[in-house]
Design a binder for this molecule. Structure first.
Ligand code: ASP
Length: 441
């Protein structure tokens, strides 16, 4: 029997009603054998995620303050779910154990992980699945790096004993057996690890949106969903701020060539987005997605005969390295070079960086320009299409957007443009209109 791994995010498991939707989804397909669960998320906007409640409660414990009331509101979240599902289950013993561990300062990661732990006990009971605590099977090394090889070995052996199981997301443990979590949103990573360990045919990641959209819905009205995206395209878009999935969730499934399907718990009939390593599917549009970010600065450097000076680029980059500043792009002309960096990374370092470049490179002229926004236009379909850049720039010219920088990677997978921050939204809409709206007519 082929095996699917399904992961449900916090909003999909925020209360009893959501649990029922999850159960319908899982039980409707017997190949959905391994379920990875997040802690209860927000039930409404303004609500607090259980993970945040746990962090807060643990801080009180560490400061030696009373945390009983704070812990009680966490217990309440779980007890409400149990009651709403009509389950014959009491977590009292678990609560006592956790409170005791808080009082003994069991660690922030331990504290945060209890949301996933408790929620998964409830879900396992509700689904009548086994409960598998990842503490013994998802392992980190001495340096705190996740250890895929060891984990794969331990976890695949353990899961082979269970036909159906629920596994808490977000954590594993260190060689000394203390609990360690991934970074926030890390249940996505657990799902990917479990999919790798059981050689799943697919990793379904259930959340509260129907996959990725071609553009940011805060900028473009009702953008179309992306049906299929490759890992590489996703990486380009994620770099520019498009987030639905934890970045580290890609590696374990990509390594095993397992596709990810982003699905919506609140609209289970929607097909969502497939993330694949390669696809033969012809892209509907030339572009797969548009993403962008504000907050970049350009260091413009001019020097006569720069192109003939050996080591010029290296010296510029050394100056940045020395100040611990990472560069994003470096488009260059014959006697000019622009280095694009996140403005944030220059705070308090601007003068030091310029002085260092001056000292190492002796440029004729140099200036920093702020308030730049970058927009990445990404698509595997661009490779085979002539005229993509032409259409892109004529769309921007029509919208009266001045393009300050252009960078097309040689992979022809993306074109990155730099515009004034105030043109960011207009530019994004113009690109969407050109490649999606116009293409439909
Ligand atoms: N509960 C954790 C968080 O809020 C992990 C997750 O939901 O993926 O970050």
């Amino acid at each position: 029997m082929s095996t699917k791994v399904v992961k449900f995010g916090g909003s999909s498991l925020a209360d009893a009603e959501q649990f029922k939707k999850v159960a319908d989804i899982v039980l409707s397909d017997p190949t959905r054998r391994y379920v990875v669960a997040s802690a209860p998320g927000k039930r409404f906007s303004g609500d607090v995620k259980v993970t945040d409640m746990l962090y807060n409660c643990y801080s009180l414990a560490v400061q030696g303050e009373s945390f009983a009331a704070s812990f009680e509101s966490i217990e309440q979240r779980f007890n409400d779910i149990i009651a709403g599902l009509g389950l014959d289950l009491s977590l009292e013993k678990e609560f006592e154990g956790i409170k005791d561990a808080f009082a003994h300062r069991a660690g922030r990661d331990y504290a945060a992980s209890r949301g996933e732990y408790l929620n998964s006990i409830i879900l396992a009971k509700f689904l009548k699945f086994d409960f598998v605590d990842p503490a013994a099977y998802i392992r980190f090394d001495e340096q705190g790096q996740f250890d895929l090889e060891t984990t794969r070995e331990l976890l695949s052996k353990k899961l082979a004993e269970s036909e159906y199981a629920v596994i808490p997301g977000f954590y594993g443990s260190m060689p000394n057996d203390t609990i360690k979590t991934f970074s926030r949103g890390g249940s996505d990573v657990t799902g990917s690890i479990v999919a790798n360990a059981v050689n799943a045919v697919i990793y379904e990641n259930w959340t509260d949106v129907s996959g990725f959209l071609i553009a940011n819905p805060m900028i473009v009205d009702d953008p179309e969903p992306i049906t299929t995206i490759t890992y590489r395209e996703l990486r380009e878009l994620a770099y520019m701020g498009a987030t639905v999935l934890h970045e580290d969730a890609i590696f374990p499934v990509r390594k095993a060539n397992i596709p990810i399907n982003i699905r919506n718990t609140n609209a289970p009939e929607d097909k969502g987005t497939f993330i694949v390593s390669d696809t033969a599917e012809t892209a509907r549009y030339t572009i797969t997605g548009i993403a962008g970010k504000k907050g970049f600065s350009v260091i413009q450097i001019e020097k006569d005969m720069m192109n003939a000076e050996i080591g010029f680029g290296k010296n510029v980059l050394r100056a940045l390295e020395k100040n611990n500043v990472c560069f994003e792009h470096m488009p260059s002309g014959i006697d000019t070079m622009s280095v694009i960096v996140a403005s944030e990374s220059l705070i308090g370092k601007e003068k030091a960086v310029l002085d260092e470049i001056n000292y190492r490179c002796r440029p004729d002229k140099m200036e920093i320009e702020n308030n730049l926004a970058l927009i990445a236009v990404v698509g595997r379909g661009m490779r085979k299409q002539r005229g993509t850049a032409g259409r892109l720039f004529s769309a921007l010219a029509h919208a009266r957007v001045n393009v300050k920088m252009i960078d097309q990677g040689s992979s022809e997978l993306n074109i990155i443009i730099g515009v004034e921050e105030e043109d960011f939204e207009t530019a994004t809409r113009a690109i969407y209109d050109m490649f999606v709206m116009t293409a439909q007519e």
